[in-house]
Design a binder for this molecule. Structure first.
Ligand code: TYC
Length: 104
């Protein structure tokens, strides 16, 4: 009835923290500017941040009025990839739209 010694278990050698580590999360924000069109910001929120058009419009208007707004919360690499995708799309469209990220 006793537990086997660690070296006899099939998880022998797997550190506890390898199994239990949870990733740090990052908040991704959109920043307001005077040139990016409202429709374009909504498109970015739908296509890149997977918001529905109603949520996307609410976030865009919040950013327009308050200066910044939360687009989503992601693991670091995903947050970085979404920011890069938003910046690439914005530059291709000729807009200065910017995103930032902050650790939660
Ligand atoms: N302020 C922009 C305008 O009046 C709209 C806008 C909203 C731009 C959100 C960027 O992240 C942004 N056309």
């Amino acid at each position: 009835m006793t537990e086997p010694y660690p070296e006899q278990r099939d998880d022998a050698g797997v550190e506890e923290r390898t199994r239990t580590r949870k990733p740090h999360l990052y908040r991704v924000y959109l920043l307001n500017d005077d040139y990016t069109t409202m429709d374009f910001v909504v498109q970015v929120l739908v296509e890149i941040f997977h918001k529905n058009p109603v949520e996307a419009t609410a976030i865009m208007l919040h950013v327009h009025k308050q200066g910044r707004g939360l687009a989503g919360v992601y693991e670091r690499q995903i947050a970085e990839a979404k920011i890069a995708a938003a910046h690439t799309k914005a530059r291709a469209g000729g807009f200065p739209l910017k995103c930032t990220m902050e650790k939660e």
